[in-house]
Design a protein around this ligand. Structure first.
Ligand SMILES: [Fe+2]
Ligand SMILES: [Fe+2]
Length: 332
């Protein structure tokens, strides 16, 4: 899922007269929409920003397995269980592509994971909310994967080659995720009054956390100008959030559910919905580690990492043996 760009501190892009010849040539390539590849020259800030963004994105995919994984054993039918398993497994795959893309920038996967566990890297705020009922699995697919697609479709055009190519496949899978979520919502919204109430309750709880996934408002989003100049970011947070609201409102209407916002209305002049923005205070709380499930999520990740140590060591040992065997054959 979920390249939420979580921005703290930052600066404005350089003016051409402040750039070296290398930087000027690099910016020219960006303006020509050429992809930047791992061995190409790139400014240090570009490399660092990408490591942070792709790393956070990879962490989000992996941590994002936890809220839904919570429901695999309790899926209501065998078919739903198989679908959910496939979906959660896809997210692990997204994490892997993205860690690989980050590694092409000169950081190792272990290092990224270490930074996550030490609290030095973040992941999308949305995964710090609990999934309390089966309807939440529907709401997560519909809204969370839906918001992720909005972001990731744009990122297919990002300037860094490995990142943009990873997005192409990820987007195809995300659209399956979004549909499976919507299908659960549809079933529940057309089910018994209790089921419909569960679907409405899930929408009530996930609406604002989903809007927060696009990151802080543009007015507070300090890296935006530089990231947009580098075409690491294609649209601003507010643009994507608006696009998401405009797309999702008719889907909620079709379900017969109500978006929990009294101020939501179509604005004829803007040709877009007006809506109440999220509570940004809550967003910063969650991002800074004080959301409902932050502790639980990190504990689960650290436990999985520690318990998997024997397996990683086994793989590395196998690799060393194969290498030694190959060397013997070559030297024989
Ligand atoms: Fe994903
Ligand atoms: Fe997904």
């Amino acid at each position: 899922m979920y390249a939420q760009v979580i921005e703290t501190g930052g600066k404005q892009p350089k003016r051409p007269d402040e750039m070296s010849a290398e930087e000027k040539a690099f910016m020219q390539r960006i303006e020509n929409n050429e992809k930047i590849e791992p061995k190409d020259w790139m400014p240090e800030g570009y490399r660092r920003t990408l490591i942070r963004q792709i790393g956070q994105h990879a962490h989000s995919e992996v941590v994002g397995q936890l809220p839904e994984g919570n429901w695999i054993t309790r899926a209501p039918t065998l078919e739903r269980k198989a679908i959910l398993l496939a979906k959660v497994q896809d997210e692990a795959g997204h994490g892997l592509y993205l860690y690989c893309a980050a590694e092409t920038l000169g950081v190792s996967r272990d290092e990224l994971i270490e930074r996550l566990h030490a609290g030095k890297m973040k992941y999308s705020s949305i995964f710090n909310y609990p999934t309390l009922t089966w309807a939440d699995v529907g709401a997560v697919g519909w809204l969370v994967d839906g918001a992720a697609i909005m972001n990731q479709v744009a990122l297919q055009r990002t300037s860094y080659g490995p990142y943009s190519r990873a997005m192409v496949r990820i987007c195809k899978e995300e659209s399956f995720h979004q549909r499976q979520g919507y299908d659960i919502m549809l079933k529940m919204a057309r089910g018994t009054p209790e089921q419909k109430a569960m679907a409405q309750d899930a929408l009530n709880r996930f609406w604002y956390p989903a809007l927060m996934m696009f990151g802080p408002p543009d007015s507070d989003s300090v890296h935006t100008a530089q990231s947009m100049a580098w075409k690491i970011k294609i649209n601003t947070n507010d643009e994507l959030r608006q696009r998401f609201v405009d797309q999702t409102v008719p889907q909620a209407e079709y379900l017969g559910l109500t978006i929990p916002d009294e101020n939501l209305r179509w604005n004829e002049e803007r040709q877009a919905y007006d809506f109440t923005p999220p509570d940004w205070e809550e967003f910063y709380q969650v991002i800074n580690g004080y959301g409902p499930c932050n502790r639980e999520r990190m504990d689960a990740r650290i436990k999985a990492w520690e318990e998997g140590a024997w397996f990683r060591e086994g793989l590395a040992e196998y690799g060393r043996k194969m290498e030694a065997q190959r060397a013997k054959v070559v030297n024989a």
